[in-house]
Design a binder for this molecule. Structure first.
Ligand code: NAG
Ligand code: NAG
Length: 362
């Protein structure tokens, strides 16, 4: 998203902050379901994706999946999210502009509950959206030994991100497709993003996410992508500033987009090239506030710190090539081959899991 020079510099500071945290935390190895040291392979399917949902995804660039996460799994993630929101302090330390109050990456290798989500719950779902063959056929088909083919049929974690979006001080990010910081893979490769609500999100209150129906913006896609990618006089890409750099694109995106009421655990699943933006908060008159955000709601504290939490995790096919701001262990322009971008489908790799268990340094 944000490619300003300031942000790039700030992000470096941010990573130093994270370095200290991760060193402290990497003592405790990630543990999976049942306390196992490795995720069960092949990962178990967690939810059913219908043919209609797949059709919608391919036509519109996104699909809303209600209740993707539920039960204890979800409540653990929500508790963890509240803790991260309360304790992480990245933006302030890094002096970032006020897009989001809390932003942190790499939870999949820092926290058990996010690791379970990233390695166990979602890979089989990602496989369906990325169309990497019939999941179950693959697992059962031992003859599938053609290397080139195999490469096509793997999936890796590209990146995750936790966002705390605060009503008072934050602007969020305008319509954009992810830039080279948030999507460090080459342009020609595809991918799928799971955007998961960890707070209730109400259309009338704002604070959620808006996605653009890609079937309606095909003719202007490239022009609008260029508008927020071209560096121009500023010296940086105005990833979050479409409204300012191209009011026309902004208007058209607004017309072609939708926003949903979402419960914690609901997910928007979208394609790597789907435009989206943070939905600004709206002042809601006292009497019309939804129940979960009445004054006894923890997300609307006494200081008026009303906020919405979300987690996003992005997966790419094994043939995706690294590009942009990726980890130094990975060669630019080559297919991903680093525990920082671990294979999760059809199985994890022992060597990568070993490195992850040891605790990856930043
Ligand atoms: C997206 O737009 C198409 C028409 O281009 C429409 O058929 C479809 O219902 C829209 N999808 C959503 C989720 O609104
Ligand atoms: C908003 O930002 C200002 C200035 O940085 C800070 O003093 C204030 O505490 C913030 N408000 C909340 C609710 O966090």
């Amino acid at each position: 998203m944000w490619q300003t020079a300031i942000i790039v510099a700030a992000a470096v500071i941010l990573e130093v902050v994270q370095l200290h945290q991760s060193k402290a935390q990497s003592q405790d190895a990630i543990r999976f379901r049942g306390g196992a040291k490795h995720p069960k392979t092949p990962p178990l399917p967690s939810v059913t994706i219908t043919p209609t949902e797949l059709t919608e995804y391919h036509r519109d660039g996104f699909v809303l999946k209600k209740g993707l996460l539920q039960g204890e799994e979800l409540s653990k993630l929500m508790d963890s999210a509240e803790e991260i929101y309360a304790t992480a302090n990245h933006q302030k330390d890094a002096n970032l502009p006020n897009f989001f109050k809390k932003l942190t990456f790499d939870l999949w290798r820092r926290k058990d509950e996010f690791a379970q989500l990233a390695f166990e719950n979602l890979p089989s779902v990602a496989a369906e959206f990325l169309g990497v063959g019939d999941a179950y056929e693959m697992i059962n088909n031992e003859d599938n030994n053609n290397n080139a083919h195999e490469k096509e049929e793997t999936i890796r974690i590209l990146k995750d991100g936790f966002f705390g979006f605060q009503q008072k001080n934050n602007t969020g990010c305008g319509f954009h497709v992810d830039d080279k910081i948030f999507w460090p893979a080459s342009y020609e490769t595809t991918g799928v993003n799971f955007w998961i609500a960890l707070s209730p999100m109400r259309i009338q209150e704002g604070g959620g996410i808006r996605v653009v129906n890609q079937s309606k913006v095909e003719p202007i896609f490239e022009e609008c992508r260029q508008a927020i990618t071209n560096v121009g006089e500023r010296g940086y890409s105005p990833t979050c500033d479409m409204e300012e750099v191209s009011p026309e694109c902004h208007e058209k995106m607004l017309e072609a987009s939708v926003v949903f009421d979402m419960e914690p655990g609901d997910a928007l699943i979208w394609d790597r090239w789907t435009f989206h933006r943070s939905e600004p908060f709206r002042p809601v008159p006292e009497g019309e506030r939804s129940e979960e955000h009445q004054c006894d709601d923890p997300s609307a504290g006494a200081d008026g710190d009303d906020y919405r939490l979300r987690y996003t995790i992005r997966y790419v096919p094994g043939k995706a090539k690294a590009w942009g701001r990726h980890h130094p262990s990975q060669v630019t322009g080559e297919t991903f081959d680093s525990p920082y971008y671990p294979q999760v489908w059809p199985s994890v790799l022992k060597s990568e899991m070993k490195s992850i268990q040891k605790g990856l340094e930043d």
